[in-house]
Structure formats: structure tokens, C-alpha cells
Design a binder for this molecule. Structure first.
Ligand SMILES: *Cc1c(COP(=O)(O)O)cnc(C)c1O
Length: 462
């Protein structure tokens, strides 16, 4: 299995190379050159197997000869061992025909654990074999950084440096980043906003001497291995509702389009998905684009669902690649236009997108109302991101087709917003109830590239 760039100008890579590289050299994102198929029989055979076994069967065709079957099974087993629910991704019923896929039972209580835990084990296995080390650097507004630290803590072949804006992440998020005691974990509070943290990380990747010297690697949401890990739960949830003999639809709280794009891959593999519904908060560039064909960033307003507060949705490029008939040149062209303000999706490509995707948005009041109503009707306490999903899903139900809404974070990760909406306090799960008592370890850094690079070099030399 080879991986090619959405912009068609970079050499093709193996799974392992694409995973370790992240972004292609032509600025594009990696995709498999063809999509493996699961027959109706293959899908039916997933019924009743463990999450780990389903993960093995769904992902195996994508990884080529990167790992033997035994190695890959062991990697998957280690990745999901720390989850707080035996089913890993349990499905709950909200009302007749509407189901909630709980993706928040991982170690940091957000769906990003599904991908990050797997990628941690994949990196470790690949680097141990080659005798190499890498230095993972990332910027976070909260969820990605805690998931990355949790995934890489204590691994031998990796140092992980996560930059978050000082004073601008929630207390739960901060403690998840600052309390791991392992020596390879480095939480850094930068003076500035998230954009400053992200800009300094980009600067480090563009400083080739530094980048090669410390062997920088990235694990942001455009990494193909992260998308792949998320394909699995579309299969397991659809099968438990009768796939392949019955169609299901999904509604996905969306920011960078990584999670819902995994649903698109599942559909292309043969899973009978009726509709994939993009749910956005008031930062609704994707909903506007699917409605009008115009993709134009117009600033970000902070919301109570901060992990979806985005201007530019990076994985949308992958959907555009297929919508434009796998024409890398056309994708490169619209991405160039984006640099100067935005672009219009061609009529043909817009039609192709609409054959698969619907979209909707939830404002702040609608999000709070969905938290309250869902609590009152079904006793399920939603985080604000999941509530955006439930609000949008309700407008897209079709008779006879079950709707699955993805619950992307645990309500205890956003206790203030949840309590304001529902008057209910969301306690942390017991296994992390001592989070507020653990010692914190963090280094405060200025918004200064040279100082940051010096600090990283010193830390990895020890
Ligand atoms: C990251 C995140 C999202 C958005 O997912 P994308 O893959 O970026 O679309 C939604 N909800 C939560 C809680 C998240 O952490």
C-alpha cells in the first residue's frame, strides 16, 4: 500500500513513512492510492468481535508490510488497554432511532485518544526497530496536547514537547498535561495565545537545521495514521445496529474534519452509510461551504465548544481531493486561492460533496438547550461539542435510518459550561478523581523561537 499527496507533486510513501512525515513536501496531505474494500461478509463477521479485533481487521489492509500481524495486534492491544470501558466505544440509545457513540472513555476523556494512543504505539514500535529517536513537538489549545502527552509518556524512543498558551486552557486540560511525571514529557506554558504557540511550532519545522538536528516529528490531525484509527468505530457502531443489512447515518461534531473524514473512508470501504452530517458550532465555515460552495474564513469567535473553534479546516482538503475526481492539480490551485482569502468549490465538486455530506450548525443557546433537553429526556449528560452534534442530528433524521451522533468528549472535561446549561455537575470518572491532587510540572517560556529551541536541545541532551 502506497500513500500519495492530495496535491499530486510529492513522491509516494509507505504507511510508515507517511506516518512519520505527516505533511507532504508539496504541502498536501497523504491518502492511500486506493481504498481497500470490505465485503458485506467481512462486515457481518465483525459482529460480536472485540473492539481490538475489529480494529485489526479494518486497519490491516492500510498498513502494508509495516508490521507483521502479531506485531500489529500487540500494538492495538497496548493502545486501548488504558480505556475505562470494556467496549472502548459503547453505543447508547437517546430515543427511538437516535444513538450516541461514546468516544470519551480514553485516558484524556476525548475521542482524540483513539487516534493518539494508537499512534504512540505505532511510533514506538517503528522507532525501536530502526534504533532512532524523535522529538515530537505540538501546539495545543487543550485536547490535542493532553492526548499526545498521555500517548507518549514513558515511551523510550520519543520526547514530547507540548506548548499551550499560559492561562488559556481549562484546569482539567492543564493538569492532564502537567501531572505526568515521566522524564520524556515536557509541558511548556508559552506567554501568548494559541496562535503564538502554533506559529512557534511552525517556525521550528521551517528551521531545517534545528528540525534535522533534533529529529522533529509532528502528530497533528492531518497525520494519516490518526484518520485511520478513527475509521474503526464507524464500523463497530454500524454493525451493532444491523450493518451491512441496514443503513445508518452519522452526525459528527466537526472542526478540522478529521473525524468525519474517517467516516467517509468507512463509506468508501463499503460500509453502508446513508448520510454523513457535518455539525459545526457558530464557527461554521464548513456549513457555509456545503450550503453555498464558498469557502471563506472570516475569523474565529470563542465558544463553549472550543475544540471546534477553527478558521480553516485542514482535513477538508482530503474530501476536496475526492470531490475533484482525485485531481491533485485542482486541489493545489484552490489551496493557493485560500492563501489570498478563499475559494469557490466547482459545481461538479460541490455536487460530489453533497452526495455524501449534509451539514448544520448550532449557536451557543442551541448548544446549551441541547445539553439541558438531552439530560432531561434521556439522563445523558453531553459535553458542549457532543451537544452541537445532537442539535444538528435532530434536524437530519430520516425515517427508517438510525442516526448515530458521535460524543467527542466527556462532560467532566467542560464542567462549567455543562453545569451552566443543565444545573448538573459532571464529576470526573473515578480512575482520575485524584487529578486535582497530583503534583504539577511545567516550564514557562517566552514567545521567543531561539530560547525555545535552546531549551529543547538542552532537554534532549540529558
Ligand atoms: C478535536 C475535537 C473535535 C473536532 O474534531 P475534528 O476531527 O477536528 O473535526 C470535536 N470535539 C472534540 C471534543 C474535540 O476534541
Amino acid at each position: 500500500m502506497r500513500y500519495i499527496s492530495t496535491r499530486g507533486q510529492a513522491p509516494s510513501l509507505s504507511f510508515e513513512e507517511a506516518m512519520l512525515t505527516g505533511l507532504a513536501r508539496d504541502g498536501g496531505l497523504y491518502l492511500p492510492e486506493s481504498i481497500p474494500q470490505m465485503s458485506a461478509g467481512d462486515i457481518r463477521a465483525l459482529e460480536g468481535v472485540s473492539y481490538e479485533e475489529a480494529a485489526f481487521r479494518v486497519m490491516r489492509p492500510f498498513i502494508g508490510d509495516a508490521f507483521t500481524d502479531d506485531e500489529f495486534r500487540a500494538i492495538i492491544a497496548r493502545a486501548y488497554a488504558g480505556f475505562g470501558h470494556a467496549a472502548r466505544a459503547p453505543l447508547k440509545q437517546l430515543d427511538s432511532g437516535h444513538f450516541l457513540l461514546e468516544l470519551f472513555h480514553g485516558p484524556t476523556l476525548a475521542f482524540k485518544d483513539f487516534a493518539m494512543q494508537l499512534i504512540g504505539q505505532l511510533f514506538e514500535a517503528s522507532l525501536t526497530r530502526s534504533g532512532r529517536r524523535v522529538c515530537i513537538v505540538g501546539a495545543t489549545s487543550g485536547d490535542t496536547g493532553s492526548a499526545a502527552i498521555e500517548a507518549f509518556r514513558g515511551l523510550d524512543a520519543v520526547d514530547v514537547f507540548i506548548f499551550y498558551p499560559h492561562g488559556r486552557v481549562s484546569e482539567v486540560q492543564r493538569r492532564q498535561m502537567t501531572t505526568p511525571a515521566e522524564a520524556n514529557v515536557h509541558a511548556l506554558a508559552i506567554d501568548g495565545h494559541f496562535d503564538d504557540a502554533q506559529a512557534r511550532v511552525k517556525d521550528m519545522f521551517n528551521d531545517f537545521e534545528f528540525r534535522d538536528g533534533v529529529r522533529l516529528a509532528g502528530v497533528n490531525s492531518i497525520n494519516w495514521a490518526r484518520v485511520l484509527a478513527q475509521v474503526v468505530y464507524y464500523f463497530t457502531s454500524a454493525v451493532s445496529l444491523g450493518a451491512p443489512d441496514r443503513k445508518v447515518s452519522f452526525t459528527v461534531p466537526t472542526g478540522n474534519f478529521g473525524d468525519i473524514f474517517a467516516g467517509y473512508i468507512a463509506k468508501q470501504m463499503g460500509l453502508p452509510i446513508d448520510r454523513l452530517v457535518v455539525a459545526t458550532n457558530q464557527n461554521d465555515i464548513l456549513h457555509r461551504c456545503l450550503s453555498s460552495g464558498e469557502y471563506r474564513p472570516d475569523g474565529v469567535a470563542p465558544t463553549i465548544s472550543p475544540s471546534m473553534d477553527i478558521q480553516v479546516s485542514s482535513n477538508f482538503e482530503r474530501a476536496l481531493y475526492y470531490a475533484y475526481g482525485q485531481d491533485g492539480r485542482a486541489v493545489g490551485q484552490v489551496m493557493d486561492e485560500l492563501k489570498s482569502g478563499g475559494f469557490a468549490v466547482s459545481q461538479g465538486a460541490l455536487q460530489a460533496l453533497r452526495e455524501v455530506f449534509d451539514s448544520g450548525r448550532a449557536g451557543e443557546d442551541e448548544t446549551r438547550a441541547a445539553i439541558r433537553a438531552t439530560w432531561e429526556r434521556s439522563g445523558e449528560l453531553l459535553c458542549p461539542h457532543s451537544a452541537v452534534g445532537v442539535h444538528v442530528a435532530d434536524a437530519h433524521r430520516r425515517p427508517g435510518v438510525p442516526m448515530i451522533t458521535l460524543a467527542t468528549a466527556h462532560p467532566a472535561k467542560f464542567p462549567a459550561a455543562v453545569e451552566e446549561a443543565s444545573d448538573v455537575h459532571a464529576p470526573l470518572p473515578e480512575r482520575m478523581a485524584d487529578l486535582y491532587d497530583r503534583a504539577e510540572r511545567v516550564t514557562r517560556v517566552g514567545n521567543d523561537l531561539r530560547a525555545i529551541e535552546t531549551l529543547i536541545k538542552e532537554r534532549i541532551a540529558n
